[in-house]
Ligand binder design. Structure first.
Ligand SMILES: [Zn+2]
Length: 299
């Protein structure tokens, strides 16, 4: 059986089909990412409609609020589930104070739409370094977030945001790098390369849906990162008053992978502009740090 996409609609225009969990009923029934707390009932209801009585594992790609914010609530509905996450993410799930602050800082008002982040019981969490499940291969894919993981399970690649965002609009594909601050190009590209050497597999995105096979998609994500590097470097060197706006304009005009932006509804475009801006800010910050201190651009 193929993985099933569960769209997690948010109470905000433009967020009907943007966040998704994956259900895969292989040897173990698994759920990849659970979405924010405010919408956890949507996920739980859908699982019940699909007659899912138990979930053995939740595979967390990363702990951003739109992927993991509802974990504590999810575990109330599926108390038997164990959660696989990055070993270094565990302390933030157990005590989400820092996570909450970071979320509010980077998302502003959107953080309230997504809902609160509650602490998770440590006993339910399995560090990725200790997860030994047959046919599950865990690949460390930092870049979008420092503790990002991608999962190959029974021949399916759950990529989270390690290859950016994949959407469709008007029958066209749309790819956008997910590079919010603090972004490091080398790390992101190395993660893509780690995935590229694995077997070519069907690829499943956190935002949003299934997109063909992994190798061509990962390659496109990599090419797009280098295209952005070129455009954003050029714009930064012109000394514009508002380089981020200028970069956004150019990318929307010139990045072939984002052509489908024109086909989106105004609400979806507004959402995309918000995240595009975050991604450009991350990229610009990285390039500025690189040019001001070429030897010391790493934290
Ligand atoms: Zn994220």
């Amino acid at each position: 059986m193929d993985p099933i996409l569960i769209p997690i609609k948010q109470d905000k225009p433009g967020f009907d089909r943007f966040i998704g969990s994956w259900l895969y009923q292989g040897r173990h029934p698994i759920v990849v990412d659970v979405g924010p707390s405010r919408s956890i009932n949507i996920l739980v209801r859908r699982l019940s409609e699909l007659d899912v009585k138990r979930v053995d594992f939740v595979l967390l790609t990363h702990i951003h609020i739109d992927h993991a914010g509802g974990l504590a609530e999810f575990l109330k509905a599926f108390p038997m589930a164990r959660v696989i996450c990055h070993a270094k993410a565990i302390r933030h799930l157990v005590d989400p104070a820092k996570l909450r602050l970071g979320t509010q800082k980077s998302l502003g008002e959107l953080a309230f739409t997504y809902g609160p982040i509650s602490p998770v019981n440590k006993e339910t969490l399995i560090p990725h370094t200790e997860a030994h499940i047959p046919d599950l291969e865990i690949v460390e894919t930092p870049g979008h977030a420092p503790h990002h993981l991608s999962y190959f399970y029974e021949g399916n690649l759950f990529v989270g945001e390690a290859a950016g965002v994949y959407l469709t609009a008007g029958g066209l594909e749309y790819l956008r790098p997910a590079t919010p601050p603090t972004f490091f190009l080398k790390e992101f590209v190395e993660s893509l390369e780690r995935l590229l050497i694995q077997e070519n597999s069907p690829i499943f995105y956190g935002h949003f849906g299934k997109a063909g096979m992994s190798r061509p998609m990962l390659k496109r994500a990599k090419d797009q990162l280098f295209f952005w590097e070129k455009i954003i470097s050029e714009e930064l060197s012109t000394g514009h008053e508002n380089p981020v706006e200028q970069c956004m304009k150019r990318l929307l005009r010139e990045d072939f992978e984002m052509k489908a932006f024109e086909m989106m509804t105004p609400e979806d475009q507004a959402r995309e502009r918000f995240f595009l801006k975050n991604s450009v800010k991350g990229y610009a910050g990285y390039l500025q740090a690189l040019s001001s201190d070429p030897l010391e651009h790493r934290p």
